[in-house]
Ligand binder design. Structure first.
Ligand code: PRP
Length: 187
């Protein structure tokens, strides 16, 4: 049974006020870039949900939201190994629309690379990526990122959408894991 997060935390990496301030800055950039246009914001489940719901509160151009779910065949807390499949596809046609994909974190890059390749075949007017976190040292395939909240080192993080075995996504801050208490990542 999962213990309270305090059992596993090493440190708070990005506190709530810093997260929220950066989210507002990203929304302001988006407002400038898309003035006079309308947006389709696609959230990749499940990690992107907290970021999405805060971000869109500050976006002033007309927008619709959609969700996609993607799974990799990787195991445990390690992320994708390059073998990505769509488990929930969009319910809408993106042809001719301005799309922003919202993610919590880009790690190896395989997830978003696959999603972008797929969505481009559907001929959107434009497609850009907005990620809260960029774990850049882990990149295996290049992903073009237009909006990035924070670049982070290769540490195991949780909270604000990111899970530890599906728990703790609801925390309003990003924290690092004390691997001595939680155990090393599987896989
Ligand atoms: C995480 C994250 C990205 C992906 C990034 O999702 O939300 O979608 O991994 O990793 P990559 O760049 O190495 O592909 P995860 O598979 O953990 O699912 P979740 O969002 O439901 O937690």
């Amino acid at each position: 049974m999962p213990q309270p997060y305090q059992e596993y935390i090493d440190k708070i990496l990005i506190p709530e006020d810093k997260l929220q301030a950066r989210v507002r800055e990203l929304a302001a950039e988006i407002n400038r870039d898309y003035a006079g246009k309308e947006l389709l914001v696609i959230c990749i489940l499940r990690g992107g949900v907290m970021f999405l719901t805060d971000l869109i509160r500050h976006i002033e151009v007309p927008l619709a939201i959609e969700f996609m779910a993607v799974s990799s065949y990787g195991t445990g807390v390690r992320s994708s190994q390059g073998d990505v499949r769509i488990t929930l596809d969009l319910n809408t046609n993106i042809y001719g629309r301005h799309v922003i994909i919202v993610e919590d974190i880009i790690d190896s890059g395989h997830t978003l690379s696959s999603v972008i390749d797929l969505l481009k075949t559907r001929d959107p007017a434009s497609i850009y990526v907005c990620t809260l976190l960029d774990k850049y040292e882990r990149r295996e395939v290049e992903v073009p990122i237009r909006y990035c909240g924070f670049k982070i080192k290769n540490e195991f993080v949780f909270g604000y959408g990111l899970d530890m075995d599906e728990y703790y996504r609801n925390l309003p801050f990003i924290a690092t894991v004390d691997l001595d208490k939680y155990g090393p990542p599987a896989g």
